[in-house]
Design a protein around this ligand. Structure first.
Ligand SMILES: [Zn+2]
Length: 76
């Protein structure tokens, strides 16, 4: 089962899960979660790569390694 990017008008297959940690002012970018989570957004690779974090926040990109491999190995 494939989920779609949450960005309006996009519709590309999601490849990453995006979460906002308000307490730590951190935007977390993880490999796509197995199950949809109400507090997280699924985004496609393009939107994950073009992500802009709010001023004063930092981006924690945890896709490295696992996501790069998954991108080559999964066709679903
Ligand atoms: Zn997208």
């Amino acid at each position: 089962m494939t989920r779609s990017c949450a960005r309006p008008g996009c519709g590309q297959p999601a490849c990453a899960t995006l979460g906002y940690d308000y307490a730590n002012r951190t935007v977390e970018l993880d490999p796509l979660a197995d199950e949809a989570h109400p507090a997280y957004y699924d985004v496609c690779r393009r939107h994950a790569d073009s992500l802009v974090v709010p001023r004063g926040w930092r981006l924690l990109d945890r896709r490295r390694g696992a996501a790069a491999l998954a991108g080559h190995l999964t066709a679903s």
